[in-house]
Design a protein around this ligand. Structure first.
Ligand code: SF4
Length: 353
């Protein structure tokens, strides 16, 4: 039997956790989402978001999904990377960091990752938060990645879309719905509550400064997407395909050595960025013509390009190849992954096959 004093301490700790949680994952207060842990069936619950709802989430009884959008305001934003490829959220976090925007990577419930941003007390205009997140995704060559909230405001819609909140008690022991260590994303942050209590919040002024610097408000929402959809295949064959700086340079300038390794690495990048095999092959055969091999060596043949491209597409290689001389020669210190590469030499190989 627990003593009254101990019970009081436990209750106090639980209340403290609920308070921290609510400060981070606040949204609509009269509706939430949940799912059945065995069937996965998702449903909406039109009831108040009480402390009991949060406690049930944290203890694993029933999941809580937050509707982040309150009118046109949000206090948090999450980017949903649905692939088990840690290099994507890491690249997003590093890119955001260049704008002085702090982000926090969470393992989502079954696979993939959410990257969270938290905003100043009272929230910010969701439109601005979404524009900045979409700018970062566009820089990464991943503009189609889902962003929550999915809308700029609730006008014309009733609740928007919910996102499953982190720290669902049933999944935490499995290493899911937990935050990764910002200093070393390969590991789970040891004290989740300390992390959430001390999140660095982004002000609306910071979002304004980024929008101003990148001229984000000058472009009507959706322009970027329609512009992208209207690109012809030949445009696509000469664009940067969301490659890291090393790949962009190699593709644009051609290489003078390590042609086969370079071809293979470029093919891996193109595959990772969703290019179909035929288009990747066409792009790399065009690239080969730009190569300028030294010591009287010949340019890699179409057959060799095809061989390297096939090798890259037939297997799930994830390495960025940062450590290989063929790639390292084109490394750029402005690359979002560079800080991680130098801080921890293995980070570019997270999830290596
Ligand atoms: S850190 Fe350097 S080598 Fe690695 S992906 Fe970025 S530019 Fe390429």
């Amino acid at each position: 039997m627990l003593s009254g004093k101990l019970m009081e301490t436990i209750n106090r700790h639980t209340q403290e956790k609920i308070r921290i949680f609510k400060r981070c994952f606040t949204g609509l207060e009269n509706v939430y989402g949940t799912y059945d842990i065995t069937t996965g069936r998702v449903r909406q619950v039109k009831e108040p978001v009480t402390d009991t709802v949060i406690r049930n989430h944290l203890t694993g009884r029933q999941s809580y999904g937050v509707y982040l959008l309150r009118g046109e305001i949000t206090s948090a934003l999450a980017v949903d990377f649905d692939q088990n490829d840690l290099s994507l959220p890491v690249a997003f976090a590093a890119e955001a960091n260049r704008y002085d925007v702090s982000t926090y990577i969470e393992t989502s419930k079954s696979k993939g990752y959410h990257v969270w941003m938290f905003f100043e007390k009272g929230g910010v205009l969701a439109r601005k938060a979404r524009l900045v997140a979409q700018k970062i995704l566009a820089d990464m060559g991943k503009p189609q990645t889902e962003v929550f909230p999915k809308q700029d405001s609730l006008s014309g819609i009733s609740y928007g879309n919910f996102i499953n909140a982190p720290l669902f008690g049933r999944l935490v022991p499995k290493g899911r719905t937990v935050f990764l260590n910002p200093a070393d994303p390969a590991e789970i942050y040891p004290d989740q509550w300390e992390l959430l209590q001390n999140v660095r919040r982004i002000t609306e002024g910071r979002l304004d400064a980024i929008m101003e610097g990148c001229r984000l408000d000058k472009q009507a929402p959706g322009d970027e997407k329609s512009e992208q959809n209207s690109r012809s295949d030949s445009d696509k064959a000469t664009s940067s395909f969301g490659l890291p700086p090393c790949g962009r340079r190699m593709l644009a300038e051609g290489v003078e050595s390590y042609q086969r390794v370079s071809c293979f690495r470029l093919a891996v990048h193109l595959k990772r960025n969703g290019l179909p095999f035929d288009l990747a092959l066409a792009a790399l055969q065009a690239w080969a013509k730009k190569n300028h091999p030294v010591d009287g060596k010949g340019i890699i043949t179409d057959q060799e390009v095809e061989y390297q491209t096939k090798s890259a597409f037939e297997n799930s290689y994830r390495s960025m190849g940062c450590e290989e001389p063929a790639v390292a020669a084109y490394c750029d210190t402005n690359c979002p992954l560079y800080a991680y590469k130098t801080a921890k030499q293995s980070v570019c190989r997270i999830g290596d096959k």
